[in-house]
Design a binder for this molecule. Structure first.
Ligand code: ZN
Length: 244
């Protein structure tokens, strides 16, 4: 079976469409696993939910998804994120809100646990450091865990001696799934923050036992121009071009 892993789409329809086209070009996927933050920041929240729902998929809730349903206090968001969230709320249909509201915080599939932030704090914790990743290995039962939220492709490995190490997750090089437990972040589809503005996603091949990420170009300027027209915060517009 082949699974496409997408995270942090953030209402970026052009990036998401380019990723789905790339998946098809590579032979398709049996299921899409979405790690949350479908909406927030970008110009097409309704269309991204609609497109995801057309795929055979599972999805966990991200902080932006919950905020868009009114479940989270916007006091936890920076001013640009809060402004984009208020903008997003006006553009969702009742059905969109029901869908976002229905998303679980954690899903177990195959050998993987899927969460948005971390297994310990699925909505809010950012897994940037070896020390926080190390503590989080105790917080899920499956062998592997998939996370999003930081928008940076990275893998954390639990070594034989119990220590934890990390490595950036480079595109097009397969990550072999062996005996060591891993926490894997496939990067962000709609707002990458690792200095590479191309959309990021991963494919898990359960027979080959490997996960591979791919970086996909799309017309960023078109998305940026729409965001300007729609009055979204300028900082959110410019960061798309730099991938930060
Ligand atoms: Zn996000």
């Amino acid at each position: 079976m082949r699974y496409a892993i997408v995270a942090d789409i953030h209402a970026n329809l052009d990036a998401f469409t380019a990723v789905l086209e790339d998946i098809e070009r590579r032979g398709g996927a049996d299921e899409v696993w979405c790690l949350g933050d479908i909406v927030g920041y970008g110009p097409d929240p309704h269309q991204c939910i609609e497109l995801l729902c057309r795929c055979n998929h599972v999805c966990v809730a991200g902080n932006h998804d919950l905020a868009a349903t009114g479940k989270l206090d916007l006091g936890n968001f920076n001013p640009d994120a809060a402004a984009a969230c208020r903008w997003t709320m006006k553009r969702l249909s009742a059905e969109d809100v029901r869908y976002l509201d229905s998303l679980p915080q954690s899903i177990e599939k195959d050998d993987f646990t899927l969460v948005h932030g971390s297994p310990r704090e699925p909505i809010w914790e950012y897994l940037f450091s070896v020390s926080s990743a190390s503590e989080n290995f105790a917080c899920f039962r499956s062998k592997f865990c998939l996370v999003g939220h930081t928008h940076q492709p990275i893998t954390f490995r639990q070594n034989d001696d119990g220590s934890t190490s990390f490595s950036p997750f480079s595109p097009d090089i397969g990550l072999a799934l062996g005996k060591n437990r891993l926490i894997i972040n496939p990067g962000s589809v709609g707002q990458p923050r690792d200095g590479d503005p191309r959309a990021s996603y991963a494919i898990y091949d359960s027979e080959a036992k490997s996960v591979r990420i791919h970086r996909i170009s799309y017309d960023i300027e078109v998305t940026q121009n729409r965001m300007v027209e729609l009055g979204l915060p300028m900082r959110l517009v410019t960061r798309l071009g730099h991938g930060v």
